[in-house]
Design a protein around this ligand. Structure first.
Ligand SMILES: Cc1cc2nc3c(=O)[nH]c(=O)nc-3n(C[C@H](O)[C@H](O)[C@H](O)COP(=O)(O)OP(=O)(O)OC[C@H]3O[C@@H](n4cnc5c(N)ncnc54)[C@H](O)[C@@H]3O)c2cc1C
Length: 513
């Protein structure tokens, strides 16, 4: 049953503290890492996710091996003043850089480790930044050591200052920091930004290789060197697979375009049928789509959530047309919105019968863990889809029609105005089996203002629900922090941001749609 709650008054507030089962912890908890790094720093509970364990374990082993390499000097003040910390931070930097590359390898087998590819991308952003900051700290500490030893500061900071200094290292450092800062420039075109990332990854790997080969701390203690080489190999293998091998060996399915269905002014459904085997997927997952016939964009892969049901043979993604790739999707249409369609329909001197065929499309996937089964222990679920973020819920709704599910769902479709609610009718038409109850709220921000967690909590009542949020980064981040502020434990909130770039911090201002 679908209940329409459009007329409810928004803005109710509650302050209930929520408790419940604690399972499926896939998010890296910054507080937990802080608690490990600084025991007794105020966090009463240590909660580490799988990726958190991986990072903490890697840093622990690196630190332990470094300490073992310096056993004879550990009592000396000199090693602790600048030299020791400078060595440690650069080892941590290399370790985190390797893990950061591993996180975005796009390997389905590693998704449970990182909590899904989208979560892994978020982790990658944090680890990459941490690796760069640690690298900068290494140079600052080296400079401080030089000053403390009355040695030349320029020899540490200026390449080619003297013959014996490490000019390549210094140059490499400046290039890495420069490229690293560029990588956070949100104005950069996505393809350029991706290319930049590949270069940064490669530079980090060469830097680590260089450190492992040349005489010094690592070289002097074989177990430490072996460990760093192992990390290097992990990073190098991940980089090679991601950059060079993914297109060839990734989970590829070939589909043919059946139709491109316009949905309002800026949105289309791309409906595809399999050319050979079809992809099996869970509702809520996403795929990378590539169109080999798009000139100049043959190698581009763009992520889109699946909006069809897994029981259907046809695969559908619903696309908001915001840039060059998504706009070009319309030209794949064999329908009336394609100019060539009419030429094909009215053959003549100037309009020869077209040999139009549905274009072939490369589909890689499925990826992501934004799936309701992760919250299977909860009977009451809140689903919030903002704008095109409604797509994974369309798949879940559609799949819900062919399954018996006794959960209760509150679905909020957040859009600016009624014209933007292009999937409203589809959601209303979705009839579920007995026992599957959906309270549907099309939330128009132009009329009701921003949707808040407090408002949702007032609708849902009780304290035993879990939340799935999908949409733009800022809205998702804002709602997530509002639910956290209401006391909802982190493992009861799963999110999907429709962006891989930028910050996921909640803005100070209320959520926008
Ligand atoms: C996990 C995930 C699921 C998504 N699901 C959907 C969906 O169901 N429907 C939908 O309309 N959109 C979805 N998106 C967003 C979609 O991928 C982008 O809108 C699309 O790639 C834009 O490409 P463009 O060349 O048309 O636009 P551009 O103008 O080139 O880019 C606009 C923005 O899209 C992002 N983007 C561009 N190219 C890529 C790329 N190759 N890979 C990743 N991000 C890119 C960048 O943030 C960029 O700033 C999803 C994104 C992610 C990360």
């Amino acid at each position: 049953m679908i209940t329409d709650q459009t007329k409810q008054v928004p803005g109710a507030r509650i302050g209930t503290r929520l408790t419940g089962p604690r399972r499926h912890q896939h998010r890296l908890s910054a507080r937990a890492l802080v608690a490990i790094a600084f025991p007794g720093s105020g966090s009463s509970r240590i909660r580490l996710t799988r990726s958190g364990w991986l990072i903490a374990g890697t840093l622990f082993i690196t630190t332990g091996l470094w300490a073992a390499a310096h056993l004879d000097e550990l009592g000396s003040a000199r090693v602790w003043l600048f030299r020791g910390p400078s060595q440690l931070v650069v080892l941590w930097s290399a370790a985190l850089a390797s893990l950061s590359i591993l996180a975005v390898v796009r390997a389905q087998a590693l998704e449970p480790l990182f909590g899904g590819l989208d979560m892994a991308v978020r982790l990658h952003r944090k680890l990459g930044l941490a690796a760069l900051v640690l690298l900068a700290a290494h140079v600052v500490l080296l400079a401080a050591d030089a000053v403390a030893q009355n040695a030349s500061l320029a020899a540490v900071l200026v390449p080619f200052w003297s013959l014996e200094q490490r000019s390549i290292d210094i140059l490499g450092f400046y290039v890495l920091i420069g490229l690293g800062i560029l990588a956070y420039d949100r104005r950069l075109r996505h393809e350029l930004w991706l290319a930049l990332h590949r270069v940064i990854g490669l530079l980090f790997l060469f830097g680590t290789l260089h450190a492992a080969m040349e005489p010094g701390t690592i070289h002097r203690f074989e177990p430490l060197r072996t460990w760093i080489v192992m990390l290097l190999l992990v990073g190098a293998a991940a980089w090679t697979y991601r950059v060079l091998l993914f297109r060839r060996f990734g989970p590829l399915y070939r589909y043919k375009v059946e139709s491109v269905v316009p949905r309002g002014a800026q949105t289309v459904d791309l409906v595809m049928s399999p050319l050979d085997r079809r992809m099996m997927y869970e509702p809520g997952t996403f795929v990378f789509v590539g169109v080999p016939t798009f000139k100049g964009k043959e190698r581009e892969l763009h992520p889109f959530s699946i909006s069809s049901s897994p029981v259907e043979r046809e695969l559908r993604v619903s696309i908001r047309q915001i840039g060059d790739f998504t706009n070009q999707i319309s030209t794949l249409s064999l329908g009336e919105d394609n100019p060539d369609f009419w030429k094909a329909r009215r053959p003549g001197r100037y309009h020869p019968i077209s040999t139009l065929q549905g274009a072939d499309v490369d589909v890689y996937g499925p990826f992501g863990r934004f799936t309701p089964h992760r919250l299977q222990q909860y009977q009451r679920l809140v689903w919030v889809g903002t704008g095109i973020g409604i797509t994974p819920f369309l798949s879940m709704l559609s799949f819900g029609r062919s399954t018996v599910d006794f959960r209760r769902i509150w679905l909020y479709y957040v859009v600016r105005s009624a014209e933007d609610a292009v999937y409203d009718e589809e959601i209303r038409n979705c009839r579920s089996r007995a026992g599957f109850t959906i309270d549907y709220v099309p939330w128009l921000t132009s009329e009701h203002g921003h949707l808040t967690a407090a408002r949702i909590a007032a609708d849902v009542k009780g304290d035993d629900y879990a939340v799935m949020l999908c949409g733009s980064m800022f809205v998702v981040a804002a709602l997530r922090s509002q639910f956290r502020a209401l006391g909802l434990p982190p493992q009861r909130i799963i999110t999907e941001e429709l962006q891989f770039r930028g910050t996921s911090e909640a803005p100070a201002a209320p959520a926008r749609t």
